[in-house]
Design a protein around this ligand. Structure first.
Ligand code: NAD
Ligand code: G6P
Ligand code: MN
Length: 443
């Protein structure tokens, strides 16, 4: 059986150890001969790499391990690039969240002004990695989950239309896991879903079990009462912090706006922006929570493993939910035709929507990539929201390509979360100042 070579781009990510453990746990389904880490921050990556090298020696010494900041070493001889980079690190995420809050506007990693600012940083970083892959391993596939996925996906569609990149998000995976538990199923894989939207901006329209029984009524009953909160929390979930519990509970109010569908959690920022601002602490945002929580834990554990020389007693855990990445790699490698939600060019999958939009819909994935499944026509409410949001995303990419101040101002003005053009301009000027090191020059 063929064994695969993969490179994790963003080797210094807080998610890297959990993904390596997940890959090791899945070796029988997806055999690996080589794992490489690539990052542009040598010091950050080294801490994670030193620990993962020890881990690999213990659990799978036959796997060749390389950690590097040299693109040629990283991207030569690989089958898959698994990319989770964060251009600007948490220091910039913190600014994306805090600058809007100064104006009473939602400050969030991927939504509104924060997402737009992050998009303007991320596009160049993701394109660079894609170009390295195509230069050194032209047959490889890039599985990208670097955020903001909606903007990054639009940029790669527009600028690298023939590249083998698939953009994927784990939020539907996480929500479906909760839906499954809510109706007493063991796993989201016992469900077949219909869904449409943009990334972090979509709706389920149909959910059935494997026998074809409609699960929507029972799930809706749960969501109408509890949102996506569960009586018995999923212990191995990535989304356990207090702020996530608030998000899952808030889905109740998001659902109420359109009880025909079940919503993605991220819609709360667009439907109830004032509530989110009121609930935020402008001096301590999610970035601070993540730095004090996940980052501290992961790097603390990695450094302890390196100092000890073994992984005994480590609290680093398998990121089991990340096994959707293995499902995707397998679908391509073995032509499994697995059905998965992916971010792909619309091309008529949503019949009454811009065919050039990057949409999130169920796809059948095989060795030639994803084939989107038609979701039919969407209602006026969702269409109106999506037209506005996709225009924001497209304007950001145009602004990045053209270096256009005007277009970025328009993007911010169009965002549902920003109250008016004047605030949009103030935000833009602050964000330009904060992102000097990362954004193209705007004129
Ligand atoms: P992190 O800051 O811990 O890790 C990101 C790493 O990327 C850092 O080590 C950084 O040095 C590196 N990096 C930045 N720019 C780079 C470049 N140009 N080339 C190579 N490496 C670069 O961040 P994290 O919280 O672990 O998240 C990583 C990414 O994964 C983020 O983009 C996050 O939004 C994304 N994410 C996406 C999903 C999803 O659903 N799609 C889920 C979870 C996380
Ligand atoms: C979900 C989203 C990701 C996002 C993450 C943020 O999983 O799908 O796109 O990056 O949440 O989580 P964090 O713990 O970093 O706030
Ligand atoms: Mn996501």
């Amino acid at each position: 059986m063929k064994k695969f070579s993969i490179v994790v781009a963003g080797g210094g990510s807080t998610f890297t150890p959990g993904i390596v453990l997940m890959l090791l746990d899945n070796l029988d389904r997806f055999p690996i001969r080589q794992i490489k880490f690539y990052d542009n921050n040598e010091e950050r990556q080294k801490q994670v790499a030193d620990a993962c090298e020890i881990l690999l020696k213990e659990k799978a010494p036959e796997i060749n391990f390389v950690a590097t900041t040299d693109p040629e070493t990283a991207f030569t001889d690989v089958d898959f690039v698994m990319a989770h980079i964060r251009v600007g690190l948490y220091a910039m995420r913190e600014k994306d969240e805090k600058i809007p809050l100064k104006y009473g506007v939602v400050g969030q990693e991927t939504c509104g002004p924060g997402g737009i600012a992050y998009g303007m940083r991320s596009i160049g970083g993701v394109l660079e990695i894609l170009d390295y892959m195509e230069k050194y391993s032209p047959d490889a596939w890039m599985l990208n989950y670097s955020n903001p996925a909606a903007i990054v996906a639009e940029a790669t569609r527009k600028l690298r239309p023939n590249s083998k990149i698939i953009n994927i998000c784990d939020m539907p995976v996480g929500i479906e896991e909760r839906m499954a538990r809510a109706v007493g199923l063991n796993s989201r894989k016992d469900m077949v879903v219909r869904y449409y939207g943009l990334n972090h901006f979509g709706w389920w329209t149909d959910i059935r079990d494997k026998e074809g029984n409609d699960l929507m009524p029972k799930i809706k009953e749960h969501v109408a009462q509890y949102g996506y909160s569960l009586q018995n929390e999923i212990e191995e979930s990535q989304h356990l912090d207090e702020s996530w519990m608030h998000t899952f509970a808030k889905a109740r109010e998001v659902y109420a706006v359109d009880p025909d569908t079940l919503p993605n959690t991220y819609l709360k920022y667009y439907f109830y922006p004032q509530d989110e601002v009121a609930h935020s602490n402008p001096d301590y945002t999610r970035a601070n929570e993540v730095m004090a929580g996940r980052e501290k834990h992961v790097f603390g554990e990695c450094n302890a493993i390196a100092a000890r020389g073994n992984t005994e007693g480590t609290t680093l855990e398998i990121d089991e939910h990340a096994s959707y990445i293995v499902d995707l790699a397998r679908a391509i490698a073995y032509n499994t035709h697995e059905r998965m939600l992916l971010i792909v060019p619309n091309n008529g999958a949503i019949v009454n929507f811009d065919e050039t939009a990057m949409v999130e819909v169920p796809c059948i994935v095989g060795s030639n990539g994803p084939e989107p499944l038609t979701q039919g026509k969407i209602p006026q409410f969702q269409k109106g929201l999506m037209e506005q949001q996709v225009s924001v995303e497209k304007l950001v990419v145009e602004a990045w390509v053209e270096g256009s101040y005007q277009k970025l101002w328009q993007a911010l003005t169009l965002s549902r979360i920003v109250p008016n053009a004047r605030v949009a301009k103030q935000l833009l000027d602050d964000l330009i100042e904060a992102n000097q090191e990362f954004w193209p020059e705007l004129n």
